[in-house]
Design a protein around this ligand. Structure first.
Ligand code: GCV
Length: 719
């Protein structure tokens, strides 16, 4: 009878949770942590979970609660937590928590480092179990998320023998969030950091933020905009920062802050912020000590200095290294780091803006303190749909270089264009710098292998906001996901990551996974095609970067104008970066410089980045440059049409809420792709006076119409 009641109760629970699953709107809030019910309980699915220690830390507690949430959702009931190892138990064991296991039961975890883990199907006391073992509790947490990812993806969890360790040490989100909650280049609502209500009210959403980040291995977050406000360093704000840090800590996530270089003057009333001035140094030391009183595991500072009007050491005739080292000395006693950005361009117009970071930073190689990392954008310009990799990678062997990627899509259609950035980042990370001979990929520089860096890291400019779906669109969640996965392993495949994400986010059915992955894999190239084909760049609307504006040629500085980048005249188009022009190509190692400097070998997709060529220049396929350019625009639109049709074919197989939103966004993307083509063509024709290639439809409006469009309220604008 007792058993019968138990069975009825279990069936009832299953039914209720099943109904509940369907009743809950699929609004994207759960991200890739949906833990959809499994059709079949997998072989070796655990029956109970055992934390093999007497004292469960907040981190292990977080791991246990994730297991409970995931098992309730995927298996119909939460795993029983037990103190005793029984058959098919999931056993969590870290250095600090594994002491209760019998001798010899723990695998050696020497090789996984402080954050890695081992997943192993094994036997303890003769009982088959799955062991998640690590040196640290954070390692166990990552192992738990790996295990749940496998289960949620429908992968086998029997016979596991997995060892994983992150290839980079610092895996950070960079929020460009202002204290008034405006997010610079943010397209998903306001900042999630509700400074006004903190610390009294700590939004439960921060725990979900922490879960999502920990699930993909992110271990740090810089809370504030790099165009920074010193106010965040004042005691009332440090209290708020501490409240956020307290929520993130159990998930292995440290907080970092952006440091405004002039803070000693603004907050401390000093007459200078000169990094060599003893009073300035003392101010920063005291301020840093104060921050550590609030947040004992504070990660350190992220700094944008002497760039786009931000104050910096050059204001006092000091170098970037002198500025960075002053802050580095302040955080060093606490184990903190300084991430000093290389995105600089001077107040005076340079001969070629893409050369400047290299010119300023290479001479400083070896001068930075041990706890400084120089943070370098993936390309030398500014997160464009396509750029060559940044020439600094490989050129600073004595200075740890972090890579900075932009998850938010400032230049790739904001939140409404479907553009999977995994392929963009894979292209950069797998690029061969040739710095230490062939095979010195950007990834090998970033993960420290090439130059044996003591610190390594990857930063992603966050796309997170208050939108219910966090990222502005469902597919933009994939970019957050891919960033974390690549930061853990910069050699991972963008396609594998996309598949993994689709399985957890949409469906485990192979045909659906294939279809959606195929859409994602071609999406970024479509954007390149309809916005900036053949190596063109930075043609977006002034300030907000929404839509095309290649005609703009008269801003405060030439290097803010699209004209500066395309240099189109009646004779030709493109920026000559060979030795006949700015010679930017010479900043790359020999074999790369040679390949890109020559018209015979430069890849088509970087042609106009490095060369100025006539409109009738003959491309490899025999078409003229003009014909090829127009064909790329049209191909971009055609690809979006394919994406629309492929998505439409999934109707009925994806929940209506997410299906409809993606459908609507694709429609916007299609309209805007057409706008990009038409406006660009109308402008190029006004310059080259060439007829359209046969079969190509003329733009429906004249150039004046496209020029007249204005978008003063486009989202995400800077100051
Ligand atoms: C935070 C680009 C963006 C700016 C951004 C800057 C940077 O210029 O348009 O909004 O400022 O990059 O990376 O510092």
């Amino acid at each position: 009878m007792k058993n019968f009641i138990k069975r009825v109760a279990a069936a009832f629970c299953l039914l209720v949770s099943g109904l509940f699953q369907h009743a809950v709107a699929e609004d994207g809030y759960e991200l890739w942590l949906r833990y959809e019910r499994l059709d079949q309980v997998p072989k070796a699915a655990p029956h109970s979970v055992v934390a093999a220690c007497s004292d469960v830390s907040p981190t292990l507690d977080a791991a246990l609660s994730e297991i409970s949430r995931a098992s309730a959702s995927m298996l119909g009931q939460p795993l029983k937590q037990s103190g005793k190892i029984s058959r098919n138990a999931l056993v969590l064991a870290s250095g600090a928590c594994g002491t209760s296991l019998p001798d010899g039961a723990l695998p050696t975890v020497d090789q996984v480092g402080p954050e890695g883990y081992v997943l192993q199907s094994t036997r303890i006391n003769g009982k088959p179990v799955t062991l998640i073992a690590a040196q640290s509790d954070a390692g166990v947490l990552y192992g738990v998320f790996d295990y749940l990812r496998r289960m949620s993806s429908g992968d086998a969890v029997a016979d596991l023998d997995v060892t994983s360790r992150p290839k980079t040490k610092l895996r950070l989100l960079n929020h460009w969030d202002n204290l008034d909650r405006h997010v610079e280049r943010g397209y998903s609502g306001q900042s999630i950091w509700d400074w006004h209500r903190l610390p009294g009210y700590v939004d439960p959403r921060y725990t979900d933020y922490a879960r999502a980040n920990a699930s993909i291995g992110i271990n740090g977050t810089s809370l504030t905009n790099v165009n920074s406000d010193a106010t965040v360093l004042t005691p009332p704000y440090l209290e708020k920062v501490a409240a956020i840090a307290n929520v993130l800590r159990p998930y292995g996530i440290k907080v970092y802050l952006t440091a405004r270089f002039s803070a000693p003057m603004e907050l401390g009333g000093l007459p200078t912020a000169d990094p060599l001035d003893p009073a300035v140094q003392a101010w920063w030391q005291a301020k840093t000590d104060e921050i550590y009183d609030y947040v004992p595991d504070f990660g350190g500072f992220l700094v944008k200095a002497n760039s786009e009007g931000q104050p910096g050491p050059q204001d006092y005739g000091r170098s970037h290294a002198e500025g960075a080292n002053m802050l580095a000395r302040a955080v060093a006693p606490h184990g903190g780091v300084v991430m000093w950005r290389a995105f600089v361009y001077s107040a005076e117009e340079p001969e070629d803006r893409v050369k400047q970071a290299y010119t300023e930073f290479v001479p400083l190689d070896g001068q930075f303190a041990d706890n400084v990392l120089v943070q370098v954008k993936n390309g030398p310009l500014d997160f464009q749909p396509r750029e060559p990799f940044h020439p600094l990678f490989g050129a600073m062997p004595e200075t740890p270089l972090m890579i900075e990627l932009q998850i938010t899509k400032e230049y790739l259609g904001f939140s409404t264009h479907l553009a999977y950035l995994g392929t963009l980042w894979e292209e950069v990370l797998s690029a061969d710098t040739h710095a230490e001979g062939e095979g010195t990929t950007v990834a090998s520089v970033v993960d420290g292998e090439a130059h044996d860096y003591a610190y390594t890291g990857m930063a992603g400019v966050s796309n997170i906001g208050t939108d219910r779906n966090w990222a502005g669109s469902i597919f933009d969640q994939a970019n957050w996901y891919a960033f974390g996965r690549l930061a853990w392993n910069p050699d991972a495949s963008a396609e594998d990551i996309a598949r993994e994400w689709v399985k957890q986010t949409f469906s485990r059915k192979p045909e659906i996974v294939n279809e959606i992955t195929a859409i994602m894999m071609k999406s970024r190239e479509a954007v390149v095609d309809y916005m900036t084909p053949l190596g063109l760049t930075h043609l977006m609307g002034t300030g907000h970067h929404y839509g095309p504006a290649p005609w703009v040629d008269d801003l405060g500085r030439a290097d803010w104008t699209p004209y500066y980048y395309h240099k189109a005249t009646r004779d030709g188009i493109g920026f000559d970066r060979t030795e006949n022009g700015s010679d930017a190509v010479d900043q790359y190692a020999g074999p790369i410089a040679q390949e890109w400097a020559s018209l015979d070998t430069v890849p088509d997709n970087l042609l106009l980045w490095f060369h100025h060529v006539p409109w009738d220049y003959e491309m490899r396929d025999g078409s003229t440059l003009w014909q090829s350019l127009v064909a790329h625009y049209s191909r971009g639109i055609a690809t979006v049409e394919e994406m629309q049709a492929e998505w439409a074919s999934l109707k009925g197989q994806i929940d209506p809420e997410r299906f409809n939103q993606v459908t609507d966004y694709l429609k916007i993307q299609h309209e805007e792709a057409q706008w990009w083509r038409d406006a660009s063509i109308a402008y190029w024709q006004s310059i080259n006076d060439l007829p359209l290639p046969e079969g190509e439809a003329p733009p429906p409006h004249d150039l004046e119409y496209y020029k007249s469009l204005s978008f003063p309220n486009a989202p995400g604008q800077g100051e």
